[in-house]
Write a protein of this length. Sequence first.
Length: 408
Amino acid sequence: METTQNTFVQRVHVNPDSCIACTTCTVFCPVAEVTGEFAGPKMIGPAWERFRLSGLGEDRSLSYCTNCKNCDISCPQGVPIAAINMVARARQCEQEHPHFLRDWIVGHQEKLGHLLGPVPAGLKNWSMRNPLVRSMLDVLGIAKGAAMPAYAPKRFRTLLATLKQPACAKKVLLFPGCYMDLYDPASGLDLVWAFNKAGYEVISDPRFACCGVPMVAGGFMADARKQAMTNVAVMREYAAKGISVMTACPSCELMFKEEIPTFFPDVAGEAMPELVDAQEFLLQLAAEGRFHVELATRPDAPLLYHAPCHMRALGIGLPGLELLSAMGIAAVPASAGCCGISGSYGFKKEKREISLKVGAELFRVVRESKSPVVATECGTCRLQITSVTGTPCAHPVSLLRSMAADGA
C-alpha cells in the first residue's frame, strides 16, 4: 500500500537528545545571522523537538530554515538538526495547513518540465520574463525580482541519447539532476567529454526522477519517497551489472547519501547503492594518470571558486576546486559562505530579501575579486551569483573543457 504523508510523519523520528545546547549551530546559521525572524537551528531543531514530542504546536519560524546544512556541518555532537527540521516541516504541512500552490511549483520543477515539454523553450522562457506572468507568479508567492532558470531547447538526456561517443570499454551511469537535465544540458555534455577522455562511455536512464531534495525542503515527503523508490531501484539494476552511478550535483549526492537513509530507511535497505561524485571520480583518475587535459588557454589570474553548502556537507572536500588545480587551472576558494538561494528558498517572495542578505558577503567577494568567471558545482548557486553580480558562473568541468586544447 502506498505510504501517505501522515504515515511518514508518524513513523520517522530523528532523535534530538545528543544536543548539548552549545549554540554552535546558531553561530554558523546564515539565516539567523541576517534576520531575527528565525529563532535559530538549536531552538527550532532539537530544543523545539522536545515540545513537539509533548504535543505542543509548531513554532512559526520553522519555515525560515533553508536546509542548507550549515548547522549539521558545525555541530560538534553530530546532531542531524536540518533533518529534524525537515521532518517537522512535513508534519506541519500535513497537520496544520495545506501546501500553497507556490510551494508545489518550486518543489516539483521536473514534473513541470514534463508537463510543459511540448511548449517550445523560447516561448516558456519568454513567459518567465513577461512582466504580466511574473506579476501573477508574484501573487502566488514567487518573487518577481528573482531570476528564473531558462529552459534549454532540449533536455540533457535527450541530447545524450543521440550523442555519438567514442568506443569505450567501460561505462558509467550519470544521474543528471533536474538543473542539468532541464536548464543546463551543456554542463552535462562537458561531463560526458571528460569521461570519454578518461575512457568511459556515459549512459543515463529515462526512468530517473528528481532526487527529491526540493520536495523534502517543501514538506512533500511522500512525493520525495516515491522518487527515492524509483531512483534507488534503477541504481540497483546498474550496480548489479558493475556500472558505477555518478552525479555532478552536490544536492542530489547529499540526498542519496544522507537523506534517503535517514528519511526512508526502508527504501535504502541494508545496503544503499553507491552514488559517486563525478568530480571526485575524475580527480582520482587524474591522480592515477588516467585523466589528463592539455590546456590551450589559462586565466591571467586565479579564478574564484564557490563551495556550495551541500558540497561542504558531504564531507568529501572540494573535488571541483582540486580538479581544476590538478589540471593546471589556478583557482581560489571564495570562503564567503552561502549564496542564499538554497534551492527553492530564494525564489519565495517572503524569503527573497533574506536570501540576498545571506549571500551579500559572497556577492561582495565576487565583485571585488574581478574574476572573469566563478566556478561552482551547484546550478542554483550559479544562477544566484550571476543574476546578482553579473559575473558568469560555470561548473568546474565546463571551465576545464572551455580551456582545453581539444575542448571544442
